[in-house]
Design a protein around this ligand. Structure first.
Ligand SMILES: *Cc1c(COP(=O)(O)O)cnc(C)c1O
Length: 364
């Protein structure tokens, strides 16, 4: 099955084979080697040249676990988080902070709009109780890239902490974490890194990790300083998904061999092919092209087709697309191009799509 959903993704045979390495105990030196390798490779891939300023914390759980760990670990007593919310994942950040009864304030925007850095600057000046600002890099709801650099500049100039959910952004769209002084970035093995779901991570500025050690613990499983202290010694607090980590390590080897910039270009090329051909088939994208990410495109459903019909006919032909979420659910569908996909896979999908349009659409 060819997966055109935003994770889990198709992986290479090389990554799949890594699952079969020997059984090991996570309290042994073999695991210490594995986790230190993963952490170093993450830094090499995502903060090149600034590896000594950042640390990578790896945990077992999907991307949401990494986002929640970053948020819950980032707050001293009595302080609040301001969430820039323009999609399902921004919404989820607000909900997480709310569920733990940590103070949340929110800039809620339309799902096709981007946050205004100057409005943020004013809000931060007026609200000294806001300690951290949280935003999503690639809002997978629509495929929108948020203005990370501009927002990071404001957060940094106002001496606040920027927490970025780049679960669907890392290795797909450019992100200069060190250059923009971003304190925390959450990611996952199972999207553009092309590993399996189940392993996720947070990249943290080292100085901030030291500060977080004195912050109150809001979660037992998701407290980052706890992971950091153990991982610095080559260990981990809780039983990790060892086999998934093997595959994660191999996916990082593949990523570093390909080069992050080349990976990003490959995804961009795939998205461009999909967009050109879908446009020729008469499909309308939800976002203007300057807002679109390299790894996902959302389209309005063509008239005469429900999502279920489109999905089922494509699935019969071996391709899985993705539904819209929330208010966009009845109106759109999404096509992701993350994962180890070849040009042949994409051509096959586009031909199948054309065939469905030609044979299934009920024309008035
Ligand atoms: C996929 C995704 C997540 C986390 O999803 P999981 O299902 O927990 O892996 C978080 N944020 C964004 C922007 C995502 O695309």
């Amino acid at each position: 099955m060819i997966l055109l959903n935003p994770g889990p993704v198709n992986v290479s045979e090389r990554v799949r084979k890594a699952l079969q390495r020997p059984d090991i105990c996570h309290r042994e030196s073999e695991f210490a080697e594995l986790i230190q390798g993963i952490r170093q490779k993450l830094l090499k891939a995502f903060v090149p040249g600034a590896e000594s300023d950042y640390t990578a914390v790896v945990l077992t759980g999907s991307g949401t676990a990494a986002v929640e760990a970053a948020l819950l670990s980032s707050l001293p007593t009595g302080k609040r988080i301001l969430v820039l919310n323009n999609g399902v994942y921004g919404e989820r950040i607000s909900a997480m902070v709310g569920v733990h009864r940590l103070g949340v304030a929110e800039f809620k925007l339309d799902w096709g709009a981007r946050p205004d850095p100057e409005k943020l600057r004013l809000a931060l000046r007026q609200h000294p109780e806001v300690h951290a600002v949280a935003m999503v890099h690639h809002e997978t709801t629509t495929g929108l890239i948020n203005p990370v650099r501009e927002i990071a500049e404001v957060v940094d100039s106002q001496n606040r902490v920027f927490v970025l959910d780049s679960v669907s952004g890392l290795a797909g769209d450019p992100l200069d974490i060190a250059g923009a002084h971003i304190y925390m970035v959450a990611g996952t093995a199972g999207k553009c890194i092309q590993g399996f779901p189940g392993a996720s991570f947070v990249l943290v500025r080292k100085g901030f990790m030291e500060r977080m050690k004195s912050y109150p613990k809001h979660s037992w499983y998701l407290h980052l300083p706890h992971y950091y202290e153990d991982e610095e010694r080559g260990s981990i607090p809780f039983t990790p998904a060892v086999q998934v980590y093997y595959a994660f390590d191999e996916a990082l080897n593949e990523l570093l061999e390909e080069g992050v910039a080349n990976r990003i270009q490959r995804l961009k090329k795939a998205a461009t092919l999909i967009r050109k051909r879908m446009s020729a088939m008469g499909l309308k994208p939800v976002l203007p092209s300057e807002f679109q990410s390299n790894s996902l495109t959302s389209y309005y459903l063509p008239s005469g087709l429900t999502y279920e019909m489109l999905h089922d006919h494509l699935k019969q032909r071996g391709y899985v697309i993705y539904a819209g979420q929330g208010q966009l659910e009845p109106k759109i569908f999404r096509v992701a191009n993350m994962g180890a996909l070849t040009e042949q896979d994409l051509e096959g999908f586009l031909a199948a799509f054309q065939e469905v349009l030609d044979t299934v659409v009920v024309r008035p």
